[in-house]
Design a protein around this ligand. Structure first.
Ligand code: GUN
Length: 234
């Protein structure tokens, strides 16, 4: 396939129940983590800080007319990733796609018991994710309706991954799992997931699209979309 997502390590997709259990106040350690990294609320849920943005500008490969799906501006794609979708399918046609992009951006992204879900969305660019601390779960929904789910964590002996790549044009959601157990009953105020995300070309809002219920229904059908609708957030 077009990513490095493991096919073992495919956990069930279960909603974290922090709010329902009254666990909404992160532990002092988790609060300190957010403060030390200067994190602010992210529109997807969770917290983030952009820590780097290249000052070099390139053509936006997703800009209409900048590519034919196989060639980026003066760059030929080779290897396993050459069939990666590069044109997302924005549902918001009012968005004006800008013709340039910074070469790269870098963020920290944190989810906690207070905000345990990164809502389902897609970016035009592929995103490299590197685990810094904690543990969590990702769900990806591909343009052909394939759903992938995997745990990110440091227990590599259990198939958890500490770096992963989400292709452009693929919907992703992230949410918390307990740090020290597979049992959702052990959710605690200490649970958190801190990652770094490298985006190439760099992040822009006009390349970012939240999934709506009808997008999900189109991709995976009614039944599955109902099952996963909590990933859209409230
Ligand atoms: N600004 C708002 N959201 C984001 C994001 O996900 N990445 C970057 N780099 N900047 C943002």
């Amino acid at each position: 396939t077009i990513d490095n997502i493991p096919s073992i390590n495919a956990p069930k997709i279960l909603k974290p129940l922090y709010a329902e259990k009254g666990i909404t106040e992160p532990s002092p350690d988790v609060k300190k983590l957010a403060k030390d990294h200067h994190l602010i609320q992210h529109q997807e849920g969770g917290y983030f800080n952009e820590t780097d943005r290249s000052s070099f500008l390139m053509e936006n490969p997703s800009y209409p007319g900048h590519n034919d799906g196989t060639k980026l501006a003066n760059v030929t794609r080779t290897g396993d990733f050459q069939n990666e979708p590069i044109l997302p399918h924005p549902t918001d046609s009012t968005k004006k796609i800008t013709p340039t992009r910074n070469y790269s951006t870098l963020i920290h992204y944190l989810i906690t018991c207070e905000s345990p879900l990164g809502r389902l969305h897609m970016n035009e660019a592929r995103i490299i994710h590197i685990l810094q601390k904690g543990r969590g779960q990702y769900v990806l929904v591909y343009p052909d309706g394939t759903i992938k789910s995997f745990v990110v964590g440091f227990n590599t002996d259990k198939g958890e991954v500490n770096q992963w790549v989400v292709p452009g044009g693929v919907y992703k959601a992230s949410f918390l799992l307990p740090l020290d157990s597979d049992d959702q009953a052990h959710e605690s105020s200490k649970d958190h997931l801190l990652i770094s995300e490298v985006v190439v070309p760099g992040f822009e809002y006009d390349g970012h699209t939240f999934a709506r219920k009808d997008d999900l229904v189109k991709l995976v059908g009614n039944e599955k979309a109902n099952e996963l609708s909590w990933l859209l957030g409230g």
